[in-house]
Design a protein around this ligand. Structure first.
Ligand SMILES: [Zn+2]
Length: 92
């Protein structure tokens, strides 16, 4: 079931899960019980934990916590391609 965001004037925002057919325009606040209107926002089109989210998080993190590198990454012992035709390509 999708989560819908509601806003209580006294307590702030909270999420409740409803089926898409049964979502009300207002719901009682879980803390004070007052009627809280449903808020509309932007849909989350990015899946949490996806490659894009990890890249965005890593990019944001490097702005404040740059990673300290003491050594270059280890060399690969396994060749990238096992195709014998690729051996004739120029190497850097
Ligand atoms: Zn409240």
């Amino acid at each position: 079931m999708p989560l819908y965001w509601f806003h209580c004037r006294a307590c702030g925002g909270f999420d409740l899960a409803f089926s898409m057919a049964d979502v009300p325009a207002a719901a009682p606040c879980p803390e004070c019980g007052s009627s809280s209107k449903r808020q509309f926002g932007v849909a989350a089109l990015i899946r949490p934990g996806s490659r894009a989210v990890r890249l965005i998080d890593a990019t944001k993190r490097t702005a404040s916590e740059p990673s300290v590198v003491a050594a270059p990454p280890p060399r690969r012992s396994v060749p990238i391609s096992r195709n014998p035709l690729h051996r004739t390509l120029p190497r850097p």
